[in-house]
Design a protein around this ligand. Sequence first.
Ligand SMILES: Cc1cc2nc3c(=O)[nH]c(=O)nc-3n(C[C@H](O)[C@H](O)[C@H](O)COP(=O)(O)O)c2cc1C
Length: 369
Amino acid sequence: MSFAKTRLWQDMRPASSASRAAVSTALRSATASSAAACSARSTRRWASSAATARLLKDAGCRVPLLCGPMYPGSNPELVAAVSRAGALGIVQPLSLTHLYGYDFREGLRKVKAEADGRPFGVNITIVPDKRYMKRVDEWMRVALEEGVKFFLTSLGKPDALVKLAHDHGAKVYHDVHTAELARRAAGAGADGVNLLNDRMGGQTGATDPFALLDEVAKLDLGVPLVCSGGVADAAAFAAALDRGYGGCMMGTRFLATDECAVSDAYKAAIVASGEADIVYTNKLAGTKSSVIRTPTIEAGGLNVNPLFGFLLKQPMTKNLMRVFLLQRSLANYKDTTLEIWQAGKGVGAIDRVEPVAAVVDRFAAQLAR
Ligand SMILES: Cc1cc2nc3c(=O)[nH]c(=O)nc-3n(C[C@H](O)[C@H](O)[C@H](O)COP(=O)(O)O)c2cc1C
């Protein structure tokens, strides 16, 4: 860790620890103001929650916890370790192939071999690009041939992939960040919806986790709702389930594990950071991405230049600009020592790098209390 960076974080420490206390309040305090309040009473409620039961059945896992697809971060060892521990690891195809250098089928077989026969999922991003969608079709075909039974779809309309998956006895959960998109996803046949909130790492949503849950719950879609963002400790996990989510998806907490292949400096930054160290930038993907405020991020500024900003607002050019920025980022993300580090607001609850099984066991123990 460079001196400058150490200083930066030390300088931020008071704000970080102050916000650390507040970090989980959004997640923790809906029905419980502390972990203690997440008592056996609520535990029994989770066990009998139809949404959780259905998520566990759909995902084939023991703990209603999913490791979200991450570029970078979803190396096969991490995905396999999460599934082996009883949660659900999800493959990010571009990470597997472009970043970690596997042929897609070989990569899936590696995950399968290391997951000790436990199921894992595959993320499929639906974009309006014929060439990319040809690759997507191929990834779906190979994944189904390799026995994958759970898909997480992002962006686009999932109906065709839902049909294909259902024909093979597989389930599809779809990423959404608004109630309207949740309604459409369920209408397209998705078996569950993953609600992306404003605390998550990566390209974030815009709404508080519980406000989003309330909006979607009103629609009574009849499918499990997954909380994606800001969950990084067992208490927040418990609070989310207690409040009505069927399960949680985590990314940031799983980055700071022994099995994750991101650099040690990235993991150390997650451990050292608090909520106040998370800032938003549109330079990575043209939309709001949450990253740790490092000297590199500060030096580069958080926003694209005015010309790019203008082009990002124009209907004719906004998608082109996003693809351009994303492609540039894909190259930068390859080297995780570069200090361009995506992370969510749950960082404040992460105080050590540890094995995946320790994380999953701790979360599972909270449910078993
Ligand atoms: C480093 C990083 C990379 C991510 N990359 C992707 C991605 O490529 N595709 C995707 O659908 N979500 C991506 N996400 C979002 C995660 O799948 C997950 O929804 C999110 O991390 C949950 O929020 P949390 O980080 O607060 O736990 C990424 C998140 C992080 C932290």
